[in-house]
Design a protein around this ligand. Structure first.
Ligand code: 6PG
Length: 241
């Protein structure tokens, strides 16, 4: 089994758990904190919580640097843009300095976007070729993908780069994603997984008979200790107690 599993009653509970994790980290760390968020629908509730009166005033936004695990190669105003969705739900509502927002420029050609993102990240982690983000939030698809690392893209697992462009056959579209090397160097890696549609893949990765290595998400093996899996009850329903 991979990592620590925390089960909450629902998506709202999961999102509060994730927000508390972030607040705890901000309290533990002196200076700037680097946090990677993922796209898709799961983080939306977390974003709205962080922008809410309950949390907004408790976060030192000047110290929080936000990065993305991946991005679709679309303009930021596209409804498919992970940055665009985070901007609408969170970034436009909190006093985070522009310089703390490290988006992937999805409007650029994929290789250029990946290279510029890599340069931006490395400039934030001076003196190291392997950035170690303080906290990385990941999602998981029903096919076991995470970030934009889909089944069949194993060759990117060996990449020593920080970020790479990937053509995703399944969606016939380009994406830019952090590489497993960088994901696994994160100080804390946390999967946020909600909903009955994820129960099967969660059990295939975390279950007693799970075959974690069969899926990209299962190959996330952070060097600083196992990932944490924040699941709501529906996503965890096929796991033994
Ligand atoms: C993306 C994400 C992706 C996401 C999973 C889960 O760009 O789509 O980074 O890896 O985390 O597909 O998506 P949901 O939260 O929508 O289920």
């Amino acid at each position: 089994m991979t990592g620590r599993v925390v089960v909450t009653p629902d998506l709202d509970g999961l999102s509060h758990e994730a927000a508390s994790l972030l607040l705890g980290l901000m309290g533990e760390c002196r200076g700037d904190v680097s946090v990677v968020v993922s796209g898709g629908s799961t983080p939306a509730r977390l974003f709205s919580l962080l922008a809410s009166d309950q949390y907004r005033g408790r976060i030192d936004w000047a110290r929080l640097h936000l990065f993305w695990a991946d991005e679709r190669c679309v303009p930021p105003e596209s409804p498919d843009s992970n940055f665009g969705n985070a901007h609408r739900a969170l970034l436009s509502k909190v006093p985070i300095p522009q310089g703390n927002i490290h988006r992937i420029e999805g409007e650029l050609p994929p290789e250029e976007a990946a290279r510029r993102y890599e340069e931006d990240i490395l400039s934030c982690f001076e003196g190291t070729s392997l950035p170690a983000f303080n906290l990385i939030f990941l999602g998981i698809g029903e096919d076991g993908h995470t970030a934009s690392l889909f089944p069949g893209c194993e060759k990117s697992w060996k990449s020593e780069r920080v970020a790479v462009p990937l053509y995703v056959e399944k969606f016939k579209s380009w994406r830019v994603t952090l590489t497993p090397t960088v994901i696994n160097s994160g100080a804390r890696v946390v999967f946020l997984v909600s909903g009955r549609s994820k129960a099967e893949i969660v059990s295939r990765i975390l279950g007693d008979k799970g075959d974690e290595t069969a899926f990209p998400a299962g190959l996330v093996k952070p060097i600083n200790g196992p990932a944490t899996w924040l699941l709501d009850q529906e996503a965890a329903e096929l796991l033994s107690k």
